[in-house]
Design a protein around this ligand. Structure first.
Ligand code: G3P
Ligand code: CA
Length: 277
């Protein structure tokens, strides 16, 4: 992996730890982030949700149902339902490690039991400027103010300038409106437009001109990537970071198309592939 905080040379393929090393540890926990960094990830990914009291927390799903379990501290309903209908205090009672031990016994560890949902601020407090962040505004239409709060925290932790200068923070979204809002707030910030798996190489190519007006790259589903898409993106100075690539042979195939990085639940596998190439 390249040194933290350094924008990569043009010929380097970025290793993005998808929800951390979420193949091996519970997604969006410090355990998963720490492991991703030890495994050679250049970036750790954060998916953002906003609580009822306006705090940005790091969780993939809009609801708590899949990954949160109540603890002795939890009240009835604290750990089910929509994040945006809970306070931070409610959410902080939940355990987001136990589900992983049950689902993936081969990677289960006792220390995962009781892990808590981090706030974005806690993530910035833990890693400061020592790592690169790849942050997604999730369901931003349901969380007014998400973008402003993200920028406020980046300012508080001195991350806005290194984001602009060396891509220490990449901001990603499936929502063009969310990215355009960030772009209007600060046109110097590097943005990645995600495309859902319902797109194709051709439909994404048709949207590249519009995307290039505000973004520095695209995040397509891995199955939509071919050399034509990568070439068309590069012709518009857009980098290409497919998601979510977990098998070594797929990683090699995408690298052959010319992609500039990829999201993976297994950063060690990508690190090994990149070490061989
Ligand atoms: O952000 C890239 C990739 O993570 C998009 O899919 O659903 O895992 O956030 P998702
Ligand atoms: Ca994501």
């Amino acid at each position: 992996a390249a040194p933290a905080g350094a924008k990569q040379p043009e010929d380097v393929v970025l290793n993005v730890g998808h929800r951390g090393a979420s193949g091996y540890a519970p997604e969006h926990t410090f355990a998963a982030y720490d492991l991703a960094l030890r495994m050679g990830a250049d970036y750790i990914e954060q998916d953002l949700q906003m609580t009822r009291d306006g705090v940005l927390v790091v969780l993939h799903d809009e609801t708590l149902d899949r990954t949160a379990r109540p603890t002795a501290e939890s009240g009835p309903g604290d750990c089910t339902g929509l994040v945006r209908e809970k306070t931070l205090a409610q959410i902080k009672t939940c355990d987001v490690g136990s589900w992983f031990n049950e689902a993936y016994p081969q990677y289960a560890r006792p220390e995962y039991v009781g892990l808590k949902i981090p706030t974005l601020e806690e993530v910035f407090q833990r890693y400061r400027k020592s790592v690169n962040y790849y942050i997604e505004t999730k369901s931003p239409e349901a969380a007014p103010g998400m973008e402003e709060e993200l920028l406020r925290l980046m300012d508080e932790y001195g991350l806005r300038r290194p984001a602009a200068e060396r891509w220490q923070v990449l901001i990603q979204s499936f929502s063009p409106a969310s990215l355009q809002k960030v772009h209007a707030l600060d046109p110097s910030l590097p943005l990645i437009q995600l495309f859902s798996g319902t797109e194709t190489s051709e439909t994404i190519q048709a949207r590249l001109d519009a995307t290039a007006a505000y973004a520095v790259g695209i995040g397509p589903s891995k199955d939509d990537v071919d050399a034509a898409l990568v070439g068309a993106a590069h012709a518009r100075c857009l980098d290409v970071h497919p998601y979510t690539v977990n098998e070594s042979a797929e990683m090699e195939g995408l690298i052959a198309t010319g992609v500039d990085g990829m999201f993976t639940n297994f950063p060690d596998r990508l690190d090994a592939v990149l070490g061989e190439s």
